[in-house]
Design a protein around this ligand. Sequence first.
Ligand code: NAI
Length: 354
Amino acid sequence: MPDPTQPASAMAATSSQTQRPRVAVFSTRSYDRTSLTDADPGQQIDWVFFDQRLDATTVGAAEGALAVCVFVNDQVDAVVVRQLAAMGVRLVLLRCAGFNNVDLVAAAEAGVAVARVPEYSPHAVAEHTLALLLALNRKIHRAYNRVREGNFALDGLLGFDLHGKTIGVVGTGRIGATFCRILTGFGVHLLATDPAPSEAVRAMGVQYVELNELLERSDVVSLHCPLTPATRHLIDEAALARMKPGAMLLNTSRGAVVDAKALIRVLKSGQLGALGLDVYEEEAHLFFRDLSGQVLQDDVFARLLTFPNVLITGHQGFFTREALAAIAATTVDNLHQFLATGQPRHPVSVERIA
Ligand code: NAI
């Protein structure tokens, strides 16, 4: 594993000799290395993998690269973008759909193109959201431990029939719509809120309402909107207070859509009945690494882990074989299209900042 704090000038020379475009891949895990190299069978790309995330302290590792390839918690802020541009990096390849971690204005000003993977498997995230819902409702996380310890008592494991309940879906884009489609098989009432309602979703029998009405009527609220300035802390103390007492909240979108501190208050009071998270506002310091031997420094996260009615996964909604292969294929295609035309296949532009 190259050291990202060291300049990569020697490697750059190798790259120019072979004429292959160099891509510096940050936040690399073994599965990223496998999927990206599998998506480039002709070895046309000179991948350089770093396990560190991209930020102002590691950006030097991109020296000599044409593009950087980053994930959800890499920090592509204005400082990093300007340094990338100064080093000759011309493209940021996001291995994800969300782009809230990239300063698009700075990128446009610096002439650095940004590409993303708009769709890889909405099924992966929608199915994971359903897994959280069903596990929380039927207390599978608790039952699993009990049975392993020879405790077959059912007290505390009481759930409810999903059939007949009202599920509120915030954001009916690719993932939200897929989640709705899956839920039509459960005999539930579906409410949704989205500034751009979808006719296809309406045709599934989903009723669009304002956010406040959705919060007040839903037994389960599931978040599938992007993180934008408008959706940051969309679910705050006031929104949580509007929810039905004992309702369930699921967030597999982006952590900062929910105010995590406010969650602790409503969980303590019992106002919130259950919470399923795949994302967390401060996850950049936690997720995608094995920290099991270390003392947890995040007191909010540590408190959330203590509630029996909270189930947290570490941003694994996307993590299926199909999704990884699709992410890698689109990333490679974004690069090839950029090399051929000067524009990636799926560019992200400033206009996308809502
Ligand atoms: P999408 O762009 O297809 O759909 C997002 C929808 O949210 C759009 O219909 C948009 O109009 C709507 N929206 C925007 N502002 C809203 C608001 N204030 N209230 C309600 N709806 C609003 O995006 P996609 O692919 O469905 O992704 C949804 C979310 O899932 C994103 O936050 C993305 O970052 C996250 N995600 C999470 C993953 C995970 O592993 N947990 C993996 C992939 C995406």
